[in-house]
Design a protein around this ligand. Structure first.
Ligand code: ATP
Length: 136
């Protein structure tokens, strides 16, 4: 079994699709290990997106991710990292994500693409420690 860090970004909370997204996670057979509604600090946001610090979209991404409450979750199951990324669909909700995925069904813009999921076991470990420091 494996764990992944999932975010339902502020656009997902604002658009009231949190239940829909959690429902898809549960229907896939994945389990919730931790779940929190929180408005993220600039510091955690910078830590989370450190790999994008030099990208042109970084300032906008920081503003977006700190703009309001989001849902952070630890999700567990066999191949949870790849399984959630399959549910999410590609980063660009129109060019990459296909219908049937969270982004393909509900998003239009690459920045405001509703969800995040860790992309490797190393990222998952780092991100879970960042968002849920108390979790064993
Ligand atoms: P995530 O890491 O959030 O699951 P991802 O792995 O699909 O997304 P990354 O390339 O790691 O995509 O980008 C992280 C996030 O930065 C994206 O989910 C999106 O919100 C934003 N982003 C990525 N590329 C762009 C871009 N060209 N313009 C605006 N925002 C972008």
């Amino acid at each position: 079994t494996e764990r992944t860090l999932v975010l339902i970004k502020p656009d997902g909370v604002a658009r009231a699709v949190v239940g829909e997204i959690i429902s898809r996670i549960e229907r896939k057979g994945l389990s919730l290990v931790a779940l929190q509604l929180t408005t993220v600090s600039d510091e955690v946001a910078r830590g989370h997106y450190a790999e994008h610090a030099e990208k042109p979209f970084f300032p906008s991404l920081l503003e977006f991710i700190t703009s309001g409450p989001l849902v952070a979750a630890v999700v567990e199951g066999p191949r949870a990292i790849a399984a959630f990324r399959q549910l999410a669909g590609g980063t660009d909700p129109v060019e990459k994500a296909v219908p049937g995925t969270i982004r393909g069904d509900f998003a239009l813009e690459t920045q405001n693409n509703l969800v995040h999921g860790s992309d490797s076991p190393e990222s998952a470990e780092r991100e879970i420690a960042l968002w849920f420091p108390g979790l064993s």
